[in-house]
Design a protein around this ligand. Structure first.
Ligand code: NAD
Ligand code: MG
Length: 400
């Protein structure tokens, strides 16, 4: 493919779990990709090592102090990378004309603004940052349409659904009966619901099948991750809330499935390794090596499934229902839920509230707020801010 121009990529959140997996995949294909920009929040040493290895044109730190530190270290090492910092710089490396594709791997609503910048500029937008779509909703989709961007899912479930659907999105509506998202059930799938009061951040972050950032690890333990994914699927695939279903599949081999009108089910399978959906997003509609091991059917003992309304899962994972509740409520509710959950998870990780109080904060915040329908990024950021403020109030009241 040396006749083809290399794709220029910006990796937002390059020091995180998805970011480092993305760089692993990019490093396997130096003939196809070059890195335009890498970004992180505050991890100076990790970013310095990535700059030395991938020689990006630009490195951005979200935090100013970290940016100044990195600039000094980059100069001392004699690297060519230009260092910037702050929110405007994150947007800039996402819409820069020389960029072909943006991997959105920042965690939380903090990633929304650069996602919208990439969408409006018509980039290939590889979306790991599910919170951005949950908060952005229709505003996000409108930016993708107006900018002529290509939105490709990186979340393993959504990549699986995308791979199980026909190429032409205009046929999806008339063919899909429902979308079935699989969930591992996380570290507490078989725990007594009452005993979840006492679990620690360390226990919540020890996922059986995936190594991930701390926020998504806690979300997997509460199954709020699956709630966010149900909302994400609603927007990515244009189905109604009734067409979305969740089933527990502890082995994480089937990554999700589509049931068609004739009850034929198409699924995508593979070892649990995020480099598969990352490589697919980068190479789509082609395929390329990901570094993941092949699935070994001879050593696969069993694939099992559990309904969400059995085995005590309703009591164990009360947050999952909030996906349908907020999707059926006025637009903006999903943004409130996301804001509350970000605050609640942070408070749990800081040992201010108990594990079961994450759901209490989310529910109380949703009940406390009714806000006007959002029409633009400023409206969304305002809803996000009010959601956080209200959630912090409940955390303050309940903190032990
Ligand atoms: P992580 O915590 O490991 O990494 C987050 C990255 O974002 C880091 O580079 C960090 O420096 C940067 N960052 C954090 N806060 C920031 C801020 N306020 N401003 C700018 N940059 C900031 O997280 P992760 O596990 O890689 O997850 C990233 C996103 O991908 C999340 O939305 C998550 O839900 C989604 N996702 C992750 C996985 C996974 O396997 N880890 C799977 C599916 C989806
Ligand atoms: Mg997922």
């Amino acid at each position: 493919t040396d006749t083809q121009a290399k794709q220029r990529i910006t990796v937002l959140g390059s020091t995180g779990s998805i970011g480092t997996n993305t760089l692993d995949v990019l490093g396997r294909h130096p003939d196809r990709f070059e890195v335009h920009a890498l970004t992180a929040s505050s991890q100076v040493e990790a970013m310095l090592a990535q700059c030395a290895r991938f020689k990006p044109r630009v490195a951005v730190m979200a935090q100013e102090a970290a940016g100044r530190q990195l600039a000094e270290r980059v100069r001392a090492e004699g690297l060519v990378t230009e260092v910037r910092w702050g929110a405007a710089a994150l947007d800039e490396v996402s819409f820069a004309p020389e960029v072909d594709a943006v991997m959105a791997a920042i965690v939380g609503a903090a990633g929304l603004s650069p996602c919208l910048a990439a969408a409006r500029a018509g980039k290939r937008l590889l979306l790991a940052n599910k919170e951005a779509l949950v908060v952005g909703g229709e505003v996000f989709l409108a930016a993708v349409r107006q900018g002529g961007a290509t939105l490709l899912p990186i979340d393993s479930e959504h990549s699986a659904i995308f791979q199980s659907l026909p190429d032409d999105p205009s046929t999806w509506g008339q063919r899909i009966d429902k979308i079935i998202l699989t969930a591992s059930g996380g570290p507490f799938r078989a725990r007594e619901p009452q005993s979840l009061r006492d679990v620690t951040p360390e226990q919540a972050c020890a996922h059986p099948n995936w190594v991930m950032g701390r926020k998504i690890s806690v979300d997997s333990a509460t199954m709020m991750n699956k709630a966010l994914e149900v909302i994400e699927a609603r927007y990515l695939f244009g189905v109604t809330p009734d067409q979305l279903e969740v089933v527990i599949h502890p082995q994480s081999i089937i990554h999700s499935m589509v049931q068609y009108k004739d009850n034929s089910v198409v699924a995508q399978l593979g070892t649990p390794d995020m480099r598969v959906p990352i490589a697919y997003g980068l190479s789509w509609p082609e395929r390329m090596a990901s570094g993941a091991s092949p699935l070994d059917f001879k050593s696969l003992s069993a694939m099992t499934f559990e309904a969400m309304d059995a085995h005590g899962h309703t009591e164990r994972f009360p947050g999952l229902q909030l996906a349908w509740q907020t999707l059926r409520a006025r637009s903006g509710s999903c943004a409130i839920l996301n804001a509350a959950n970000e605050i609640a998870v942070e408070a749990f990780l800081n040992r201010q509230i108990r594990f079961d109080q994450i759901h209490a904060v989310n529910q109380a915040t949703l009940s406390a707020l009714t806000l006007a329908e959002p029409g633009c990024l400023d409206d969304l950021m305002d809803i996000d801010r009010q959601g956080r403020e209200t959630a912090r109030g409940f955390v303050g009241r309940w903190a032990s």
